[in-house]
Design a protein around this ligand. Structure first.
Ligand SMILES: C[S@@+](CC[C@H](N)C(=O)[O-])C[C@H]1O[C@@H](n2cnc3c(N)ncnc32)[C@H](O)[C@@H]1O
Length: 225
């Protein structure tokens, strides 16, 4: 029987041979930054938000630490309050939320859909946050997944949104990169010559991540939300 570790090893080799091989890595020292639940709770407090949705909950490490009047967690496997895939949840859901944390399947197309569906059910002045936007190494962002600590290619969906007129998008330097999507005019549109964002390379991200992702620090985050 093939173990998960061996599956990841095979995927790693497949990715290197058929997709991209690039050795440089970024050194983000996440231990020096706040954790996702700390940032989410601070936003909730600052904005006096009442309702929270989390897409992808796993062991509720984040979900259980969110302090708010009402929270819903969606995951097809474990954690949260609703056992569904995000697409099925959004199809059935009739509620709106003040703050939504997208942390489900870390594939570009799925993240893009999860963000777009989240924005549709966001209350006025609400915030969508996206986890795992800043991979350090090529293997952390490979699809198919090839490593235990995996960010996936979430970053590509953020780069694409950065080019849209109607979303204001940032990435906070904290906890593997926290994307911030605000439903308002884009204050800093990314100009990039790309018509298929899935095909962006880690090398492009490595050399341009600050501009691509619109990097901000925590203090700046609390000024923009
Ligand atoms: C990285 S974990 C979530 C971690 C959690 N948010 C936290 O901060 O501790 C990703 C979760 O997404 C779930 N997931 C996978 N595909 C999904 C989908 N299509 N819709 C919603 N959740 C999904 C997985 O079952 C897994 O539990």
């Amino acid at each position: 029987m093939i173990t998960i570790k061996n599956k990841y090893r095979l995927n790693y080799i497949f990715n290197l041979i058929f997709k991209e091989n690039f050795k440089k890595k970024l050194s983000f020292n996440w231990k020096n930054f706040s954790l996702r639940h700390e940032i989410i709770n601070k936003i909730i407090e600052k904005k006096n938000f009442k309702t929270y949705l989390e897409i992808g909950c796993y062991k509720d490490d984040n979900f259980k630490r969110i302090n708010i009047d009402y929270k819903v967690g969606v995951d097809p496997v474990s954690g949260g309050t609703i056992r569904l895939k995000s697409d099925d949840f959004f199809r059935k859901n009739k509620e709106n939320f003040d703050i939504i944390f997208v942390d489900g399947l870390h594939h570009y197309h799925q993240v893009k859909k999860d963000i777009e569906n989240s924005v549709k059910i966001l209350n006025k002045g609400g915030v969508v946050l996206v986890h795992d936007c800043l991979p350090s190494r090529i293997r952390d962002q490979m699809v198919p997944r090839s490593h235990e600590n995996w960010n996936g290619d979430v970053w590509k969906s953020i780069v694409e949104l950065r080019t849209k007129k109607n979303f204001d998008v940032y990435t906070c330097m904290a906890d593997e990169g926290i994307g911030i999507v605000l439903n308002r005019d884009n204050k800093n549109i990314l100009k990039i010559n790309c018509n298929n964002f899935k095909k962006l390379k880690f090398k492009d991200y490595y050399y341009n991540f600050s501009e691509f992702m619109n990097i901000i620090n925590e203090d700046e985050l609390f000024k923009i939300v």
